[in-house]
Design a protein around this ligand. Structure first.
Ligand SMILES: *Cc1c(COP(=O)(O)O)cnc(C)c1O
Length: 411
């Protein structure tokens, strides 16, 4: 018997009516009319709320949840997330301004990222947000800039751990990295930190992203706490803060399953209990981007032409790689795989046909979905790409070929 091809997980946060996809209760056609165009990204805030609630229900109550806003920095989204989470993690000065505009306490905003400029550091010190220091040099510059401002900057050290987050979509720690200070250099940095007038709070240990394996996350979380205990011995003051990173993934591709959150939660519960005695008073933070917002978003584009080429059908759309680099497979994928897609105005059919959905760019990289069984398509149909709420709009080269920009809406 022929083995069945792996499938995408069910898109459980979306419903249908009359064989049409509903996004925030509305069809793609109606949304396109209200937005005035395709292509567009539509994000459903109720999905974001559900995702945060899912973690609040399962994870230890003392664990603080932060939103890493580079996943989706649309101001309306950041504002919504600010109301749901305990803080926001920013990676640039412009992101910092959006986070401050939400009105949350500056003390709950943290700023990580290599190569922060003097201008960015000055702004962060003046704003009173926490700076996750990425190098010894950055620490020295912060001390000088803070003296001029006569302010005590709130700082933590971003540590490049001496372990990796296994089977991660994107590794951000372990081995030589541009991110953070190697764990073995941290004790010397802490000694210097004590000589400077810095308000030292703790550590930021982020090992990776997009992970769907509970055992890998359990191992990384356990090692993260062990590393923090070890480094805390060299700290000038008891730790007040420990950011254990995030890394929780969402299923994008055929064959991927939801991460078993209960297993990750059970381990965190044990680790947090131990931390309560070994790091008394320290706030423990987890920072997540795509887990909170990735599933809330769809990207909608419209079929403008249909053609046959040597036995295959190509549906050409008004959207593509320039708007949604990740779905095209060119944002960190090693082997291109399809995102879950549908014909939003004709969800099912008894006679699916294989179709290649492509964009209008003059490059063979501009693929939205390859050899995908879908209801027979027509010109004018709406194609929806699911799992598009994170690393979509702002992670795409929107100027490439100078086509019109997509719009974004939060529903
Ligand atoms: C990008 C990033 C995140 C968010 O990663 P997700 O996979 O979106 O959860 C969190 N922390 C840091 C330091 C990052 O650079």
């Amino acid at each position: 018997m022929k083995k069945e091809a792996p499938k995408h997980v069910e898109m459980k946060y979306f419903s249908t009516a009359d064989n049409q996809l509903l996004i925030g209760g509305q069809t793609a056609e109606r949304l396109a009319a209200r937005i005035g165009q395709t292509p567009f990204y539509a994000y459903d805030r109720s999905v974001m709320t559900q995702k945060v609630q899912e973690l609040r229900n399962l994870f230890p109550e003392q664990l603080h949840l932060h939103y890493a806003m580079k996943a989706n920095p649309m101001p309306a989204v950041v504002h919504h997330m600010a109301g749901l989470t305990d803080g926001i993690d920013v990676a640039s000065m412009a992101e910092m301004q959006v986070a401050l505009d939400t009105g949350i306490s500056p003390g709950t905003i943290s700023f990580a990222g290599p190569g922060k400029t003097d201008k960015e550091l000055t702004a962060a010190i003046a704003a009173g947000i926490m700076i996750n220091m990425e190098s010894e040099g950055e620490m020295e510059r912060i001390a000088v800039l803070a003296k001029t401002l006569q302010l005590a900057p709130i700082v933590s050290i971003r540590v490049n751990p001496d372990f990796e987050l296994k089977s991660s979509g994107m590794k951000m720690g372990g081995g030589p990295k541009a991110f953070g200070v190697d764990a073995e250099r941290v004790p010397a940095m802490l000694a210097r930190c004590a000589e400077l007038e810095l308000d030292f709070r703790g550590f930021h240990i982020f090992s990776g992203s997009q992970n769907l394996k509970a055992e890998s996350l359990i191992e990384a979380h356990t090692k993260t706490f062990e590393l923090a205990y070890r480094l805390a011995q060299a700290a000038p003051a008891p730790l007040q803060w420990l950011n254990i990173g995030g890394g929780l993934g969402i299923p994008y591709f055929p064959g991927e399953q939801y991460l078993p959150l209960d297993e990750v939660a059970a381990n965190l519960k044990v680790l947090m209990q131990e931390a309560a005695t070994r790091l008394p008073g320290a706030e423990i933070v987890m920072e997540l981007g795509r887990f909170f917002v990735g599933e809330s978003g769809v990207y909608i584009c419209r079929i403008t032409d249909i053609k046959e080429s040597r036995g295959e059908t190509f549906a050409v759309t008004d959207g593509g790689l320039h708007h949604h680099l990740s779905a095209s497979g060119n944002f960190g994928q090693i082997i291109r795989k399809n995102y879950p897609v549908c014909v939003a105005n004709r969800m099912t059919s008894k006679m699916p046909e294989k179709v290649n959905i492509v964009g209008p760019l003059c490059t063979p990289l501009d693929i939205i979905s390859d050899k995908t069984p879908l209801p027979p398509v027509s010109i004018g149909d709406y194609i929806a790409v699911f799992q598009s709420g994170a690393y979509g709009f702002t992670a795409s080269p929107r100027d490439f070929l100078s086509h019109p920009e997509p719009k974004q809406v939060l529903l």
